[in-house]
Design a protein around this ligand. Structure first.
Ligand SMILES: Nc1ncnc2c1ncn2[C@@H]1O[C@H](COP(=O)(O)OP(=O)(O)OP(=O)(O)O)[C@@H](O)[C@H]1O
Ligand SMILES: [Mg+2]
Length: 287
């Protein structure tokens, strides 16, 4: 049985109004446990609508979402329970920070789950360590932090609920390159340390190339592709028809290949490009 199964899911905004939009159009998707799964797609393709169905925040017009084989919308009680199992971190989550201290903000979820003080303390410390927020920050106001730090505190708030699945909607949106790299390495670190399943929504192909174990491409409310980074990125012509372009570094390497340089295909990250160029220039040595 798959961890998450989406069956023939249909969703409309403005249903039965003149403004009705089909946001999800008979979506079928199976997700297995573990790894970072990147959901990519052009603006308006339906990524956010899809992930909001996974934890029962939106209810389908028709179709089902199964978590461990159980319909997440079976009852009010199951929808409530699923929200702690599938933690969803919205786009720009830092706008939802509101407590007086960083500690209180990260502790908000675990408190709602009715954990004891000691359990809350443990959950907050574990989550803060995943995102690289040290204890020195615990008594600070979240509003005194930098943009990247606020984002990390907000993500820690979801991690502190110890969900089985962590969903992050555009976690690097609006961050500078350093903030972006911090968030991506924090996500990889969380996957490696916890073995949990992470679903990462992005329209940055660079983010996806650097982090994803599996890629799901959404286009016009449908699943267009699902596979490894290599499977998906090798279909660059189809991707560009959907308004997605393979990372810039891939274009550079492909141009060099077209000019006769003996470099491998399938280079999607700057690290891999640097390694291939070094190998080429030194006659086989690696970086
Ligand atoms: N609250 C809403 N009311 C009406 N239409 C909406 C609403 N939210 C989304 N839509 C429409 O539903 C479709 C899917 O939107 P969705 O936000 O899921 O896409 P997305 O892939 O997350 O886009 P982005 O990359 O911009 O975040 C789009 O056509 C969008 O305009
Ligand atoms: Mg979105």
């Amino acid at each position: 049985m798959s961890l998450i199964e989406v069956k023939d899911l249909v969703y409309y905004y403005g249903m039965r109004t003149p403004f009705q939009v089909t946001a999800l159009d008979h979506v079928n998707l199976s997700l297995e446990k573990g790894g970072i799964k990147a959901v990519i797609g052009h603006t308006g393709s339906g990524k956010t609508t899809l992930i909001q169905h996974l934890n029962a925040l939106l209810q389908p017009a028709s179709g089902q979402v199964l978590f461990h084989g159980e319909d997440v919308n079976a009852t009010k009680e199951s929808a409530y329970r699923i929200r702690f199992k599938i933690g969803l971190c919205f786009q720009y989550p830092e706008y939802q920070l509101f407590e007086n201290t960083v500690f209180e903000d990260i502790a908000f979820g675990p408190k709602n789950m009715g954990l004891s003080e000691a359990e809350i303390d443990r959950a907050v410390r574990a989550a803060a360590s995943y995102v690289g927020i040290s204890e020195d920050f615990f008594q600070k106001s979240p509003f005194d932090l930098s943009g990247g730090q606020k984002r990390r505190v907000a993500v820690a708030g979801v991690m502190a609920m110890d969900p089985d699945v962590l969903i992050l909607d555009e976690p690097t949106a609006g961050l500078d390159p350093r903030g972006r790299e911090m968030i991506l390495s924090m996500i990889r670190n969380y996957r490696d340390q916890t073995g949990k399943t992470v679903i990462l929504v992005s329209h940055s192909m660079d983010d996806v190339a650097e982090t994803a174990d599996e890629v799901i491409v959404v286009n016009k409310g449908k699943i267009a592709m699902q596979g490894t980074v290599d499977d998906v990125f090798s279909r660059s012509a189809e991707l560009s028809e959907m308004g997605l372009t393979v990372p810039e570094v891939t274009g550079i390497i492909d141009t060099l290949r077209a000019q006769g340089y003996d470099l491998p295909a399938g280079i999607y990250t700057v690290d891999r490009a640097a390694d291939a160029l070094y190998r080429y220039l030194t006659g086989g040595r690696t970086l």
